[in-house]
Structure formats: structure tokens, C-alpha cells
Design a protein around this ligand. Structure first.
Ligand code: FYN
Ligand code: ADP
Length: 571
């Protein structure tokens, strides 16, 4: 039998999805198997991809989002239809809010049944539901369109302002068969998915003219600056200008938090008193009091000018007038500013930098006094002092942080020394990102991860400690256990049930990690915490340290207590 009588080689939807992802350099998928994508997850693994299987799709989606932030390639989350898709939506929407590139791929029911509402298994019009919650959404019905669908999703996720993309794959798509050669030709390797966006020279000059007149300039670095991976340009801009800078939480480490120009320890003063503020990948949203009001109410409130560097042309004027919008990618914009400033740019007046230094020293001394205390049970501060010192000795470690007090105190106590080493609750302030972000950080970088978790926050994704053990990831979870949300001392005035914010007293979260073969440690003192954390970092073994914190420590909602509606009338 000669070869020419053999049937032509064929391929199918399963393999076209895998080949399209691999063709675009994507080798890892985060998800949870089930109808109709279980076989796809198996085939991905069989074809040499890593499929990281989670216990809940929200955590898989958070992992994909964090992978996108860390790598600038879209993280991929794969879920089953309907409930699995819905579980992934929170992560997809959070990624879009954070400007993290990720693609949620979900299996779905057949169009002909869904559109007639005939009651399919897990029937849901997923594309329609996803569209308003993400940056872009596409559905693929034919195997020959899989290449286009994945290419469009990749480009949408990473170009311009990064964000979340939904890709809808009805179950029948995977089994569709087509000619192998035609299938290969249908695939697209995306060229220049996130093109540089060069700022207009006149916009650069306008920004320099505004900055030149500043007596009290301030640079504000946001997580967009961290995502941009323009680290050298940003450092050069800060250091050659001599302008004080303030890092938002996920921009910490772009310059070491111990840097002489960091104004983090005098935040209120510099926001109130600056006369020109350069926003670098930071939005004037709630985290920055919308650029107005008491936070910004100092002597220069009336004549303050903002320069805004952002890849989104519509971000300017979102809250207050922007005198000099600089639209483009941060690397190109900052490089253009540095070039325009030249070697003889006048440094800020000593009166401004001196006033900052004086207040910074005072705040640092006050903090040092608090950190020197070693109470039993531990306070947030005494536990965080231990973690601060271990992170200082291990600057490559990635810190994941969520909670209320655990988040707010860690943000100002645990210094970061390198870019993209802190992942936290981001723009939304969302709880539940902890274990998903930790898995992605460990999988994408191979570095040690230290997850600093409020006991309430940990509860949202805690089951993933099994995932961490299953993949033997170098993740050390430290649960700040003060017996409740915010703290453990609330009381039910009627007796009976515990108060809504209380948890089981003296819970032993460390036993959860032990249940799956990891290392569990109950740390009742800072010395025990120090020893356990150092052992975890040295061993790289999955570890959970139950850090016993004084249950009376902490305030409602940490530093954003003011967001709680005030009780109108005292009963
Ligand atoms: C900061 N500070 C310091 C230091 N770092 N003092 C001494 N040493 C160090 N290293 C000072 C800083 O100058 C501030 O004091 C204060 O500590 C707090 O600093 P922070 O946290 O940077 O500032 P602030 O006002 O809390 O920032 C506002 C915020 C932040 C909204 C950006 O609170 C935040 O990111 N919150 C996220 C909340 C969230 O998402 N929670 C999750 C849901 S919680 P002053 O200058 O004197 O003001 C659900 O309930
Ligand atoms: P933070 O919360 O740290 O202040 P935000 O999430 O509010 O940061 O702001 C991030 C901003 O960075 C967004 O407006 C986004 O458009 C922008 N951005 C993200 N990536 C880039 C990039 N590569 N170049 C320029 N701007 C970017």
C-alpha cells in the first residue's frame, strides 16, 4: 500500500488549542478539571504543558492573573462551564480592575440549545455574562478559528492597558476534526502583542515645563510601573531628578524601601504638601483619595499640578484635572523625560527634601520603638518585625499579603528591595487572593514565597494548601491568628452564638498544612516564629505557621475604618 493511499493526517480542537498556546510561548495553565475540559487538561499535560490543578476556580484564576502581572504574558485559567466559569469570573474581573493580563477559557454549553433555552447541562450564556466584566470576550465555534481566537485573546490581554479576557469554547469544539496541515496553517503566532507606545514630543515637553516649576515635586509609583518592567529607567528618573517618591503597595521594591528618596514614612505630609505630582502607572482612585479632599489639602491644594504617565489615554482627568497627560508605555515615557531633563536638571529645594527627611526620621524612630517591643501573645508589629528581618535577608523572596490589619501593618513594616516581589489585594482590596497568588509566584519564579495572611483572608483560599503540597511549592504561609475578622473580642450582646466577626478561639491552622504532608508550626512567640520561618525558607518545604496574635490587637478594617458607614444615631 503506497503512502498516497493513506487518509490525510487530521487534527482536532483539543490539539489546536494546545498548539496555539504553545506557539505563543504559553506553557502553563491554571485550572480545575471537569466536564467538558477534563480531557483537555490531560492532553495539555501529555503534550508537555504544566497544568496546575486547583480546588476552586477562583484561586486558579487569581493564579493566572498573578502570573500575568509577573511575566507580562497572559496567565491562562481553564474552567468547566457555568459554575466553574462563574467561580473564575471574580478573578477575571479583579484582574481587569488591577490591569493584570489573563485569559479565562471556559467550556460551555452548545449554542443551539442555550439560545433556545432548552435546558442543557450547565446551560448559561457565558459570553454575555463575561462581556461587561472584562476587557474583551470572544467565542469560537469552529476548530479552524481556534488560532484566531487565541491570538485575539492574547493581544487583547496584553496590549495597551492590560486586563482580563474571556474565551468561550463550547464543548463540541474540542472534538471537531480537520485536516492537520490546514489546522497548522490556521494557527497564529502573535507578533508584537504589546507594542511600545511612544509619547508625543510636545507632551513630553509640556510635562517637563510643569515639572521645572516645581518647588515641592513628588513622584508616585503605582503597580503599573512595576508591571511595565522599566526598572532601570524608573530608578534613573527618580535618582537623577532627586525628587522624593512614594510607592503604592505593589510598586514597593522598584527602588528599595530603605532608599533615601522614599517618602513612604511621611505619606500624609507629602500628599498634602506637594505642588507637582508625577503619577507613574498609578490611578487617582480611592487609594489616593481621588486626588482631592483632606488628604491633598495642604498649602498647595489650589495650585497643585498633576503629570500623569499612563498607557490609557482616557485615565487623565478621571478625578481631577491633569495638567500634563503623558500617554504611552511607562518605559518610553520615563526614558523621554530623563532625556529631556538632561544632566543639569535642578534638584528639588533643600527646604522640601529637608522637611521630608525630618518627618521621616521621626516616623521611623517611632516605628522602631514599637517594633522593639516583644509582647506575649505577639502583636501584629512584633510578628511583622520578624518577617521584615527575614525578607531583608532574602530579598528575592516574594511576599503575598492580604487581610485588614495584617495587610496594612505589613505594608508599612515589611520593606521590599526588588521590583515585583510584593503581591497583594490591589485596587479592589479583595480578600482571597492569597493562595492563588502564592502558587503562581512559586510556579512562575521558582523563588521562595512568604504569604502574610490575616486569619479571615486565609479562610477564602485555605484549601489550596493541598495544591501547594501536591506540587511541593516553596510557599510559607503565616496566618496571623487573632481569633477573628479584624480581632477576636467582639461580643454577641444577646449571648448564644459567637459574634459575626469571631472565629473558633485558638484555632490551629497549622494542622491543615500537616494534613497534606506539609510542615505545620504553632508559633506563640516571636522567637518561635523566627525559627519556623527561617527553617521554611531554608528547606523550601510547604509550611504553614499559625502565628498566635493577641486577640485584642487590631482595628475594624485596619486603616480604612472610615469606609464603614457610621452609625447614624447611637441607640
Ligand atoms: C509608612 N509609614 C511609616 C512607614 N511606612 N511610618 C514609619 N515607618 C515606616 N516604614 C506611615 C505613613 O507615613 C503613614 O503615616 C502610615 O504609616 C500609614 O502608611 P500607609 O499604609 O502607606 O498609608 P495609608 O494612609 O494607610 O494609605 C491609605 C491607603 C492604604 C488606602 C493607600 O490604607 C491602603 O492601601 N489600604 C488598603 C486597604 C485594603 O485594601 N484593605 C483590604 C480590605 S480590608 P502618616 O504619614 O502619618 O499618615 C477589609 O476590611
Ligand atoms: P496603584 O493601585 O498601584 O496605584 P493602579 O492599578 O491604580 O496602580 O494603576 C495602574 C495604572 O498603570 C493603570 O492606569 C494602567 O493603565 C497603567 N499601566 C499599566 N501598565 C502600563 C504600562 N506598561 N505603561 C503605562 N501605563 C501602564
Amino acid at each position: 500500500m503506497t503512502n498516497d493511499t493513506q487518509a490525510p493526517a487530521t487534527t482536532d480542537g483539543f490539539h489546536l488549542v494546545i498548539e496555539a498556546l504553545k506557539l505563543n510561548g504559553i506553557d502553563t495553565v491554571y485550572g480545575l478539571p471537569g466536564i467538558p475540559i477534563t480531557d483537555l487538561s490531560r492532553k495539555m499535560q501529555a503534550e508537555g504543558m504544566r497544568f496546575i490543578a486547583f480546588r476552586h476556580e477562583q484561586n486558579a484564576g487569581n493564579a493566572a492573573a498573578a502570573a500575568g502581572f509577573l511575566t507580562q504574558k497572559p496567565g491562562i485559567c481553564l474552567t468547566v462551564s457555568a459554575p466553574g466559569f462563574l467561580n473564575g469570573l471574580t478573578a477575571l474581573t479583579n484582574a481587569t480592575t488591577n490591569c493584570f493580563p489573563m485569559i479565562l477559557i471556559s467550556g460551555s454549553s452548545e449554542r443551539e440549545i442555550v439560545d433556545l433555552q432548552q435546558g442543557d447541562y450547565e446551560e448559561m450564556d457565558q459570553l454575555a455574562i463575561a462581556k461587561p466584566l472584562c476587557k474583551a470576550a470572544f467565542r469560537v465555534l469552529h476548530a479552524e478559528d481556534i488560532g484566531v481566537g487565541i491570538a485575539r485573546a492574547i493581544r487583547a490581554a496584553v496590549s495597551g492597558r492590560p486586563g482580563g479576557v474571556y474565551l468561550d469554547f463550547p464543548a463540541k469544539l474540542f472534538g471537531q476534526v480537520m485536516d492537520a496541515a490546514a489546522g497548522q496553517r490556521s494557527l497564529i503566532k502573535v507578533v508584537d502583542a504589546a507594542p511600545r507606545q511612544i509619547p508625543a514630543p510636545d507632551a513630553v515637553q509640556r510635562a517637563l515645563d510643569v515639572l521645572k516649576g516645581a518647588k515641592r515635586p513628588l513622584i508616585l509609583l503605582g503597580k503599573g510601573a512595576a508591571y511595565a518592567q522599566a526598572d532601570d529607567a524608573i530608578r534613573t528618573f527618580v535618582e537623577s531628578s532627586g525628587i522624593p517618591y512614594l510607592p503604592m503597595s505593589m510598586a514597593k521594591g522598584l527602588l528599595p524601601d530603605t532608599h533615601a528618596q522614599s517618602a513612604a514614612a511621611t505619606r500624609s505630609y507629602v500628599l498634602a504638601e506637594a505642588d507637582v505630582v508625577v503619577l507613574v502607572g498609578a490611578r487617582l482612585n480611592w487609594l489616593l483619595s481621588h486626588g482631592k479632599g483632606k488628604t491633598w489639602g495642604g498649602a498647595n491644594a489650589a495650585n497643585r499640578k498633576f503629570i500623569q504617565i499612563d498607557i490609557s489615554p482616557t485615565e487623565a482627568d478621571s478625578n481631577v484635572p491633569i495638567a500634563a497627560p503623558l500617554v504611552g508605555d511607562i518605559g518610553s515615557c520615563v526614558a523621554a523625560l530623563v532625556a529631556g531633563m538632561g544632566p543639569n536638571w535642578a534638584r528639588p529645594p533643600a527646604e522640601w527634601t529637608g522637611a521630608i527627611a525630618e518627618r521621616k526620621d521621626k516616623n521611623l524612630s517611632k516605628m522602631a520603638e514599637t517594633l522593639a517591643k516583644d509582647p506575649s501573645p505577639m502583636s501584629f508589629h512584633s510578628a511583622l518585625r520578624v518577617i521584615r528581618d527575614v525578607v531583608k535577608a532574602n530579598p528575592e523572596a516574594i511576599v503575598v499579603n492580604e487581610g485588614a490589619n495584617t495587610l496594612d501593618f505589613a505594608r508599612s513594616i515589611v520593606d521590599m528591595y526588588l521590583p515585583r516581589k510584593r503581591l497583594d489585594v490591589g485596587t479592589w482590596g479583595i480578600m482571597g487572593i492569597g493562595m492563588g497568588f502564592s502558587v503562581a509566584a512559586a510556579v512562575t519564579t521558582g523563588k521562595q514565597v512568604i504569604a502574610i495572611e490575616g486569619d479571615s483572608a486565609f479562610g477564602f483560599s485555605g484549601m489550596e494548601v493541598e495544591t501547594i503540597c501536591r506540587y511541593k511549592l516553596p510557599v510559607c504561609v503565616i496566618v496571623f491568628n487573632n481569633n477573628g475578622v479584624y480581632k477576636g473580642t467582639d461580643v454577641n450582646p444577646r449571648g448564644g452564638d459567637m459574634a459575626p466577626t469571631q472565629f473558633v478561639k485558638a484555632a490551629r491552622y497549622d494542622k491543615l498544612m500537616e494534613a497534606f504532608g506539609g510542615v505545620g508550626v504553632n508559633a506563640t512567640t516571636s522567637a518561635e516564629l523566627d525559627r519556623a520561618l527561617k527553617e521554611a525558607v531554608a528547606s523550601g518545604r510547604p509550611t504553614l505557621i499559625n502565628a498566635v496574635i493577641d486577640e485584642s490587637a487590631g482595628t475594624e478594617s485596619g486603616r480604612i475604618t472610615s469606609l464603614n458607614p457610621q452609625t447614624a444615631a447611637k441607640k
